[in-house]
Write a protein that binds this ligand. Structure first.
Ligand SMILES: NC(=O)c1ccc[n+]([C@@H]2O[C@H](COP(=O)([O-])OP(=O)(O)OC[C@H]3O[C@@H](n4cnc5c(N)ncnc54)[C@H](OP(=O)(O)O)[C@@H]3O)[C@@H](O)[C@H]2O)c1
Length: 358
């Protein structure tokens, strides 16, 4: 069947596929798409043998399948997906995402990739950070980084959107306005971040085991986390002259919070101008985000409860003892993953960016 006569024309809702629906971002995506007025899930794709039924994997999804007739997963088959769907969400490990993306793009399907496979412009940086070969380096120039608030025009016209990492989303949204305005010294940035356990995915790991994680709090990947080069790349690309002047990578220290979901980042930087005060920092953030539907500049520091299960990112900035202090909060599975993925898909499909997300 050719694209022009494909089955989506018989429906007033746009058919999409979710590949990797048995993980946490896939689950969140199905929840969001279940409320979406314009998109329906036509294809759930899993590599498991036998393929699972998603309403048995997650019984609470039985009534949320966004128009999917059965909840039955099918094998990951690019040709079949391309006949039935206009866009695919890849909720897969990085290596699996770069395995499937070229075949989907070659068949004219748009891809929103939630993994890190296409986020870094340079395959050598990717390979250093992720410790394995990039098997589709030729595909990197085609991808657009999907930090929606800062790459909106590029996302609108792209067919491969590299959805940002959860930690980099909060860090970049908090820092970019101040960097662009030349208010903070790029060499002084320290990002102190904490994430709920779902940030590590659904596959069991010893340190995520309940007796290890519960009532515990630990730092990990200090100064070497994979998201550090991604944060640096975005600050360089969109941070104006001060971003371009970023020497190395900003210091980034993530922590594991004994909660299901949510990211809170406390970010410190030295002012670049004498006499910088809280009013100037807050005014800069408010000017950048006053028209943004999913970013709220708060007069007080946000908490995780303010943003959990929403696509909102709350941020507050102030100057304390000669240091700029920013606090940003988001839900790692929504604004940090599946919510932002839908925000980007809406743009790629010519829909209102907020569809299904407010
Ligand atoms: N969790 C977050 O907060 C978050 C935020 C932003 C971005 N991300 C990124 O989003 C992607 C998905 O994350 P997640 O948290 O949803 O992970 P997850 O819970 O571990 O789920 C991974 C999914 O991929 C499937 N899968 C695993 N290996 C596969 C393979 N070789 N071929 C095909 N399918 C495979 C799994 O299927 P089975 O169920 O059969 O194993 C599952 O459906 C990752 O790249 C992650 O880095 C995650």
């Amino acid at each position: 069947m050719s694209k022009s006569s494909a089955s989506w024309r018989s429906s007033d809702r746009i058919p999409v596929a979710v590949v990797g629906p048995t993980g946490y971002t896939g689950l969140e995506l199905i929840e969001i798409l279940g409320r979406h007025p314009t998109i329906r899930i036509d294809y759930l794709a899993s590599a498991r043998v036998p393929t699972p039924r998603i309403d048995q994997e997650f019984p609470r999804l039985a009534h949320r399948l966004a128009g999917h007739p059965t909840g039955e997963c099918e094998p990951i088959d690019a040709a079949k997906i391309a006949v039935r769907c206009r866009l695919v969400f890849l909720c897969l490990p990085h290596e699996a995402a770069m395995e499937h993306t070229p075949a989907l793009l070659a068949r004219g399907v748009k891809v929103v990739d939630l993994s890190a496979a296409y986020r870094l412009r340079d395959s050598a940086t990717y390979e250093r950070a992720y410790g394995h070969t990039h098997t589709d380096a030729a595909g990197l120039p085609r991808s657009v980084y999907g930090l929606t608030e800062w790459f909106r025009d590029e996302v609108r016209g792209c067919d491969l959107c590299a959805n940002p990492g959860c930690y980099p989303t909060a860090a970049a949204i908090a820092l970019l306005p101040l960097l662009r305005a030349g208010l903070i010294d790029p060499s002084s940035i320290i990002i102190n971040a904490a994430s709920g356990v779902s940030g590590a995915g659904r596959a069991p790991k010893p340190n995520l085991h309940y007796p290890e994680a519960n009532e515990n709090f630990s730092a990990y990947g200090i100064g070497v986390h994979r998201h550090q080069p991604e944060i640096a790349q975005t600050l360089r690309l969109k941070g104006g002259d001060f971003g371009a002047a970023l020497g190395g990578e900003p210091l980034f220290v993530p922590h594991l919070l004994p909660l299901e979901r949510g990211i809170l980042e406390t970010i410190y930087a030295a002012p670049a101008t004498a006499g910088l005060d809280t009013l100037a920092v807050q005014s800069c953030l408010k000017a950048a985000y006053e028209r943004e539907p999913f970013v709220v500049v708060r007069d007080d520091a946000p908490t995780l409860r303010d943003v959990q299960r929403t696509n909102m990112l709350h941020v507050n900035g102030r100057v304390v003892n000669g240091r700029v202090v920013l606090v940003a909060a988001e839900d790692n599975l929504v604004k940090g993953a599946s919510g932002q993925a839908v925000q980007n898909a809406n743009l790629m499909l010519g829909l209102d960016e907020t569809c299904g997300l407010l």
